[in-house]
Design a protein around this ligand. Structure first.
Ligand code: SF4
Ligand code: SF4
Length: 379
């Protein structure tokens, strides 16, 4: 896919009523279109066939351990922050069968899983989520070993980003420099603008393919007023961040804080449930599970998401390396914010706030960093 340079990116205007045509064009081109929708009183990612499937007129309230949907007093299509799902569930599925085996010859015959993955179009990818996908690209595609399952799903992916018009109560993308405006990694980026008598999107072209697809949908070149309106949307969101992460010297701070007494304090609250790792869009750990039927004639190997909060995760001969909750929380946070940089050249946190919202006891990574700073006497 040819990416447009940031200098050559054009801005267009797409009226709200033409968004359905964009979904239709993607469907006709063979994409499986996925995006946000309301289910079980949360905004999750699933198949989309119509604009009506989007969370029209919904917003959310988020805080530590709190998530609630609320009606807006307008018809915004993207007037909410990220929910419990991230796009990783499509690119790096939670459960996948790797192979089956049955008796054959002198032993077993392995039957590989067919890998027919339809190409996907993701609608409504937030800027922090684009950063999360870029981080998983590094993990799965840029190392010595490439993950073929991730590669098959990532190949041909069409990304329609949506710049944020609403900051969630636990968002801190501004401090992590990942939002609320998408700057790379998309085919099209939309900013939703709601005015008293008009509802439209300012669309930025990110790739040649994005330009071709937009070319099949009615649109016009954006005027100065419309461009300024889109900028105001993003600037307002940036000013309304729910949280802030103090990132100064963060890696160094954490590398020097292994003995901080604050790890014991947070361990008293942490349930080691692993929710934070499941909702995090960058966490990538997996385990393997082999199962057989009762006859022993059929065996399967499955790959499943795992969490560094389980005892088994660090089990080696003789026991678990991280036997205490303190050791497991410390490993998770120092990996996210410090050793991830050593490993992959980037932070493992994009400031989406999910681990704060979905922690049942409201442990807050931004607050824990502040407490660690205080515990070792650095402001
Ligand atoms: S920090 Fe919260 S979400 Fe994560 S393991 Fe502990 S209790 Fe569970
Ligand atoms: S560590 Fe928390 S805030 Fe950071 S990317 Fe993961 S879920 Fe989002």
């Amino acid at each position: 896919m040819n990416r447009l340079s940031s200098q050559s990116r054009e801005l267009a205007v797409l009226e709200r009523d033409h968004l359905q045509q964009l979904l239709d064009v993607l469907g006709k081109r063979g994409y499986r279109v996925r995006g946000p929708t309301v289910r079980d009183r949360a905004i999750v990612y699933d198949d989309l066939t119509s604009v009506a499937d989007l969370p029209v007129g919904w917003t959310d309230e988020q805080d530590g351990g709190t998530y609630r949907l609320k009606r807006r007093n307008d018809g915004a299509l993207f007037g909410y922050a990220v929910g419990p799902d991230s796009w990783k569930k499509f690119l790096h599925p939670p459960v996948v069968r790797l192979w089956r085996a049955k008796p054959g010859g002198n032993g077993f015959q392995i039957i590989e899983e067919p890998e027919a993955v339809p190409k996907s179009a993701f609608i409504g990818v937030r800027p922090c989520e684009i950063h999360a996908i870029a981080i998983q690209d590094k993990v799965f595609l840029n190392g010595v070993y490439r993950d073929p399952l991730y590669e098959a799903r990532r190949r041909g992916l069409f990304i329609v980003a949506v710049n944020c018009s609403h900051a969630g109560g636990t968002c801190f993308c501004v401090s992590m420099n990942t939002g609320p405006k998408a700057r790379f990694g998309f085919d099209l980026a939309l900013t939703e603008v709601l005015e008293a008598d008009r509802h439209y999107f300012v669309a930025e072209l990110g790739t040649e393919l994005g330009a071709r697809i937009l070319g099949e949908v009615p649109h016009e070149a954006a005027g100065e007023e419309e461009k300024a309106a889109a900028e105001r949307v993003v600037a307002k969101t940036a000013s309304e961040m729910g949280r802030r992460m103090y990132t100064r010297d963060l890696e160094d701070l954490l590398h020097r804080s292994y003995e901080s007494p604050h790890w014991d304090e947070v361990a008293k609250r942490c349930l080691t449930c692993g929710n934070c790792t499941m909702v995090c869009p960058t966490c990538f750990c997996t385990t393997l599970e082999d199962v057989t039927d009762l006859t022993g004639e059929h065996a399967e190997r499955w790959r499943k998401w795992d969490s560094c909060f389980t005892m088994d995760f660090s089990y080696i001969h003789g026991g678990s390396v991280r036997a205490s909750a303190m050791a497991r929380y410390r490993q998770w946070m120092t990996h996210k914010l410090a050793t991830w940089v050593d490993q992959f050249g980037t932070s493992g946190c994009v400031g989406c706030g999910r681990c704060i919202t979905w922690c049942p006891v409201a442990i807050d990574i931004t607050e824990e960093v502040n407490a660690i700073r205080q515990s070792v006497g650095r402001s």
